[in-house]
Write a protein that binds this ligand. Structure first.
Ligand code: NI
Length: 256
């Protein structure tokens, strides 16, 4: 079996406090070759840095999730810039807009979304986008900030084919994970059928969004094989092919 590249994970999460090291130490023998651990706050970016230093196959992304943008100010933003420039930090993310939770005021989310996009351009890093129930504003800000010319993945893609086409036309990639295996994920299955395999990154978003038959349980990178299986079925290719192409996609995107 080909190796798995988990393009989006959160092993800093407290859900892994009990067995983080034994779980990560066993990844390679379980067929997981590379993982990008994604920061979602200043604290989790710091823990992401530590994970990249401890495990050779773990890379990281530095960024503050829209829910957490209330913690940002000019001083800690300078720290974030430093973190994003570290050697094994291969992307800025996850950043964007979340109008489902509205945890921070929308204008605060938008301000720091723009600032973090500008940071990514400055450091020449690809960007991991989080966008929930904020389709129009996300796209508008990306366009206004010149995102067309930069590598970007729309993580945990949750919109329809029409918006997928817009992002693919701009040259961006789509992140797809456990939701693809859910019975009620009709929209995402349509997107997966529509998007070229060469433009899809496989991700867990673990500990969240475990695929069937683990739905509702703690997710981890080994379970991506169930997502790959479903994607292979949708694409009419074998799972080896899906793992091979998505591995190449993630290496291209993160430049590793
Ligand atoms: Ni995430």
């Amino acid at each position: 079996m080909r190796a798995i590249f988990d393009s989006h994970a959160h092993y800093d999460d407290k859900a892994f406090d009990g067995d983080r090291d034994s779980l990560l130490s066993a990844m390679e023998e379980q067929g997981v070759g590379r993982i990008v651990n994604v920061g979602a706050s200043l604290e989790t970016t710091k823990r992401t840095l530590e994970l990249t230093q401890k495990y050779p196959f773990v890379y990281g992304a530095a960024g503050v999730h829209p829910d957490e943008t209330g913690e940002l100010d000019e001083e800690n933003f300078r720290w974030l810039e430093w973190a994003a420039g570290q050697e094994k930090i291969v992307a800025v993310g996850e950043i964007g807009l979340d109008y489902y939770w509205d945890n921070a005021p929308r204008e605060v989310q938008q301000h720091w979304f723009r600032r973090q996009l500008q940071l990514a351009w400055k450091l020449d890093r690809p960007v991991i986008i989080h966008s929930r129930e904020a389709a129009k504003d996300t796209l508008d800000i990306i366009k206004e900030e010149g995102g067309r010319d930069h590598a970007m993945v729309i993580h945990c893609f949750s919109y329809g084919v029409e918006l997928a086409r817009k992002y693919l036309d701009m040259g961006h990639d789509l992140g797809i994970g456990g939701v693809l295996t859910f019975k009620n994920a009709k929209k995402l299955k349509e997107v997966a059928a529509y998007a070229p395999l060469e433009r899809i990154l496989l991700e867990t978003d673990c500990p969240y969004l475990a695929p069937v038959p683990f739905r509702g349980k703690r997710n981890d990178s080994t379970k991506i094989s169930h997502v790959a299986e479903e994607l292979a079925r949708i694409k009419g290719v074998d799972i080896e092919r899906v793992l091979e192409v998505t591995w190449e996609n993630a290496c291209r995107f993160y430049r590793v």
